[in-house]
Write a protein that binds this ligand. Sequence first.
Ligand code: BTN
Length: 270
Amino acid sequence: MNQNQKKESSKDLYSFLDDSTKQKLLPNDIEYFDIIDSTNTYLKENNLQKHPLVVVANAQTCGRGRMGRSFYSPEKTGLYMSLKYLCKTEFNPARFTISAAVAVCRALKKIASVDPQIKWVNDIYLEGKKICGILCEGIFVENFSNPFVIIGIGVNISTKNFPQELENKAGCLLQTENADVNSIKIKLCGSILDELFNVLSFIEKTGDFSAILTEYKSFLFVLCKNVSVVSCGETYQAFAKDILDDGSLLVEKLNGEDVMLNSGEISILV
Ligand code: BTN
C-alpha cells in the first residue's frame, strides 16, 4: 500500500529562494509530503513530465543511500529532498554528486556558519560525523532525448538516537536542544536549491567543471592521506592522490600501482 501523505504547499520555502531560482522553479514545482517512502523513489517511479521538480518530505519510510543501503530518515529532525533535473550536459553521476556536495557545503556555511568537510564521494561531515548523504540517479523518460538526474539529499538537522550501527558515525547539524529546527530546515533547503541551480547553471553556461572540482577538493578531507579501500569485493590500503576530472578518486596501492576508483568505500587510516 502506498502510504505517501502529501501536504499543502509551504509559502515559507518559496519566499527564501533567490530571484534567479524563482525564475527556474515555480511554487507548484515543489511538492511537500508529511511522510513518503523515498523522495528519490517518488520522482523515479512517477513518470512526472514536469521539470525541474522538487520533493521535500518530513519523514521517509524507505530512505535510500548509495550501494543499496538505507538512509535513516525519522520525522521532523531531518531534511529529505530531491530535485529532478533535465541533464543538459552528459549524465555523469559522480559529477552531479560533486556539484550537489559543493552546493550543500556552500549552503551549510551560509545558513549555519559551520565548516563542513566532504568524504569522497558523497558524504558531508561535521566535526568527524556524517551529517548528510547524497544519492544521484539517472532516468530516461519517454519524449525526452536527454536523461534526467534525480539529486537526493538527506541532512540530519537535529537527529539523535541513531540506530546502533550508525551511532559512532552519524551526527547532526544542530547540537542545541532548543533550536528552531523547522526554520533552519526551510532556510537550508532554500539555500541548497539556490546553490544547486547556481552550480548547475555555471557548468552549463561555461562548460567548465574544473572550478567546481577545485571547490570540492577544498572541502575534501581524504586527499594526501592513507586510506583503506573497499571496492569490487577487494579491500586494500592505499594513498589518496587526487580527484580526477570525471570525479573518480586516484589512489596509489602499497605496491605503487595507481588505481582510479569510480565507486566504493574508503576510510582514513589513523
Ligand atoms: C548516502 O548516504 O549513501 C546517500 C543518502 C541519500 C539520502 C537522501 S534523503 C532524500 C533522498 N531520498 C532518498 O531515498 N535518498 C536521498
